[in-house]
Ligand binder design. Structure first.
Ligand code: PEP
Length: 251
C-alpha cells in the first residue's frame, strides 16, 4: 500500500495564494511512490484545479462537506459539488470542527457515507483529547469515534476510505505523539475496521496527524501500521511539504 501524505491548509490561502502554492509545489521533485493530496478551503478549489492544469499531483481534497445532495441547507456544499472540481478526498470530523462547530459522530457518519456514495474518499479524523488520555480513556474514545463513523460505509467496489488518527493534544502543539504511541492506536483502529468490514478493512489506510514535520515524518512512515501522515502547519510552505513528501518516499 502506498503511503498517503495530505497537506491540510486549514483556514489559510484564498484563491490567489492557493494557485501560487500549487505552482510552487509542482516545481518540487515529487516522489512517485507516495500518494499526495492537498486539502484546500472551498473557495480555493477552483484556483487550485486551474493551477494544476492537466497534472494530477497533488490530488485535491476538501476540508468539509454536507451530507445531502441538494436542498435548503444555506451555506453548505454537497459531495457532488466537490466532485465537479475533481476533488478526490475530503476530510471529515477534524477535531477543530468537532471543537468549534459542534460536529458530532453522527454528522461524521452521514458525511463519510455521502462522500463514499459520490466517489470521494472520506478521510475520517479521530483522536482523543489530552484529558481523555490522562484518564486512560484514549482507546475507548477513538474506538467509539471510528465505530460511529464507519456505520454506513461499504467496501464492495466503492472508493476506499482513510482514517486519520490525530490526538487533539498533538495538533498544532509541537508535541507530537511518538510513533510507538501512534502505532498502538492504529492497531486499535485496525481491529475496529476488521470487525465491521472484514478483509476489505486491510485496504484502508490509517494515517497519523499531529505536529508532523521534517524531523519526525520518516519515523512515522517507516513504522509498521502507519500508512502516511496528515500535515497541518508544516504544509503551508510548498517547499517544506515537498521535502516532507520526499522524506516519506520508501525508495
Ligand atoms: C492537522 O491540521 O490536521 C494537523 C495535524 O495540524 P499540525 O500538523 O499543524 O499539527
Amino acid at each position: 500500500m502506498k503511503k498517503l501524505l495530505i497537506a491540510n491548509w486549514k483556514m489559510h490561502y484564498g484563491p490567489i495564494k492557493a494557485g501560487a502554492w500549487i505552482r510552487a509545489f509542482r516545481r518540487e521533485r515529487l516522489p512517485k511512490d507516495v500518494d499526495i493530496a492537498v486539502a484546500v478551503p472551498f473557495v480555493s478549489l477552483a484556483a487550485a484545479r486551474a493551477s494544476l492544469g492537466r497534472a494530477s499531483i497533488p490530488a485535491l481534497a476538501a476540508q468539509n462537506v454536507f451530507w445531502a445532495e441538494e436542498g435548503a441547507f444555506t451555506g453548505e456544499i454537497s459531495p457532488s459539488m466537490l466532485k465537479e472540481f475533481g476533488t478526490e478526498y475530503c476530510l471529515v470530523g477534524h477535531s477543530e470542527r468537532r471543537a468549534h462547530l459542534g460536529e458530532t459522530d453522527e454528522m461524521v457518519q452521514k458525511k463519510a457515507a455521502a462522500l463514499q456514495k459520490a466517489g470521494i474518499i472520506p478521510v475520517i479524523c479521530v483522536g482523543e483529547t489530552e484529558a481523555q488520555r490522562k484518564r486512560g480513556e484514549a482507546n475507548k474514545v477513538v474506538r467509539a469515534q471510528v465505530q460511529a463513523a464507519i456505520t454506513d460505509l461499504k467496501m464492495d467496489g466503492k472508493v476506499p476510505v482513510a482514517i486519520a488518527y490525530e490526538p487533539v493534544w498533538a495538533i498544532g502543539s509541537g508535541k507530537p505523539c511518538t510513533a510507538q504511541e501512534a502505532k498502538q492506536m492504529h492497531e486499535v483502529i485496525r481491529v475496529v475496521l476488521q470487525k465491521k468490514l472484514g478483509a476489505g478493512a486491510d485496504e484502508i489506510r490509517i494515517i497519523y496527524g499531529g505536529s508532523v514535520d521534517l524531523r519526525n515524518v520518516s519515523e512515522y512512515v517507516t513504522t509498521t501500521g502507519i500508512d502516511g501522515c496528515l500535515v497541518g502547519g508544516a504544509s503551508l510552505d510548498p517547499r517544506n511539504f515537498g521535502l516532507l513528501c520526499r522524506a516519506a518516499n520508501p525508495a
